[in-house]
Ligand binder design. Structure first.
Ligand code: FMN
Length: 392
């Protein structure tokens, strides 16, 4: 059933309580929601985004419940199918409706969903669209997280419809966000989806700060009734500030690397450094991504397998490189028996990393006295680097 947000403004999103994987990659411990919104002006009616195609019927039913004789505009803020996937059906149902979006989104929608060109009404950055007593203003916010992304500001009610920006994969019966509940799902979402575009997010945050915002209505997760909380959280996440923390994603087949990792964890704790280990064969990669939002140092740990790093370490290095965390230091711990290309392979994958590589520690087989001494030395170096940048 549609839920009223304010007079003539409705949430007609769908909660996907049971979904456990997104993009065939991202774990969804809390499910998700696809939020569509309906805005009724005195003269025109606009739908903002649709839902994932798997929830097509549920959205159409919500629209039918509202008894609309016609829909004038369908705003598409993002071409990805979890928001655009039901556009073809909606446009069929309301043949007079114009699909309102920017040129980039038009081009993507034509290719992804085969929407004919004559259905579009193309808008420019900052343009207004009058619904009578309500006015929509479009704010282009590129790269949150695709090139075409835009937000819609409802001027009279000071509501920012932000699509994926500020979203969270969090299915909840609450329409409005409870700050404590939504903080970690929103941070996880930022880490997985937004972090690679940190610099763009920063620019877009500054851009929307020019608007007086009383409510943020994203396209995943609950609505922010007190948006300052999520704006402040985003400012912190996109800042260059890092925390006195070391993340250790690790894998070990026969216990040698694990022994080194456990010893290194103790060394760091003794030096007053926060540690977050992640055993790669078990970890939820969303948790790992979330830890990458603010850790100062990442130390990957893995043994040699078939002349290179263990494949799980390769996968993680690839992911970390793509997510572009703001870590300032990185290193490697591992074990081998006869040789191969371990460090070269990892460093080659981490091509986006612009920080400093600290001397890695490789043990031949099970770690021995000299290896433990080297791990102590690496912990000392991490300590002095964290002191150098003023986080201890
Ligand atoms: C399937 C497999 C392949 C391996 N390939 C290599 C290799 O190419 N080069 C090498 O130096 N060691 C290789 N090793 C040996 C391991 O790197 C070595 O035993 C290491 O100490 C294992 O560390 P772990 O106890 O943390 O798993 C291989 C081991 C296994 C089980």
């Amino acid at each position: 059933m549609p839920q009223k947000i304010k007079e003539d403004i409705f949430f007609i999103g769908i909660r996907d309580w049971d979904r456990r994987l997104f993009d065939e990659l991202i774990p969804l411990p809390d499910g998700t929601s696809y939020n569509a919104y309906l805005v009724k002006g005195s003269e025109k009616i606009a739908l903002i985004d649709t839902v994932d195609p798997t929830k097509k019927e549920a959205l159409i039913n919500q629209l039918k419940t509202l008894n609309l004789s016609e829909l004038d505009f369908v705003i598409s803020q993002h071409a990805e199918q979890d928001h655009s996937g039901v556009l073809p059906e909606v446009l069929n149902l309301y043949p007079k409706a114009k699909l309102v979006t920017n040129k980039k989104c038009q081009s993507l929608l034509m290719d992804l969903l085969l929407i004919p060109k004559d259905r579009f009404l193309i808008i420019e950055d900052g343009q207004r669209l009058s619904l009578g007593n309500k006015t929509l203003r479009f704010i282009f916010t590129p790269w949150v997280h695709w090139p075409e992304t835009l937000c819609t500001y409802l001027e009279e009610n000071k509501i920012l419809f932000s699509c994926d920006f500020f979203g969270s994969h969090y299915a909840t019966s609450k329409l409005f966000a409870n700050e404590k509940e939504v903080y970690f799902p929103a941070k996880r979402y930022y880490a997985e989806i937004m972090m690679p575009f940190r610099k763009n997010i920063k620019r877009n945050l500054e851009k929307i700060e020019g608007f007086e915002i009383e409510m943020i209505a994203p396209s995943h997760g609950p609505i922010y009734f007190h948006p300052q909380f999520i704006l402040d959280a985003y400012k912190q996440w996109v800042s260059d500030e890092v925390k006195n923390e070391v993340i250790i994603p690790y894998v070990s087949m026969h216990g040698s690397t694990e022994k080194m990792v456990n010893f290194f964890i103790d060394c760091l704790i003794q030096r007053g450094i926060g540690v977050k280990p992640f055993m790669l064969s078990k970890t939820d990669i969303g948790e790992l991504a979330m830890a990458m939002v603010d850790a100062a140092t990442i130390v990957l740990a893995a043994p040699m397998v078939l002349a290179g790093p263990h494949p799980l370490a390769i996968h993680t290095a690839y992911l970390a490189n793509a997510l572009r965390p703001k870590a300032k230091f990185a290193s490697f711990i591992g074990s081998y028996a006869w040789g191969g290309k371990l460090l070269e392979t990892i460093k080659g994958i981490l091509s986006n990393f612009k920080g400093e590589f600290l001397e890695p520690i490789l043990a031949r087989g099970y770690p021995k006295k000299a290896d433990f001494e080297n791990l102590e030395r690496l912990a000392d170096e991490v300590l002095s680097k964290h002191k150098e940048i003023g986080i201890i």
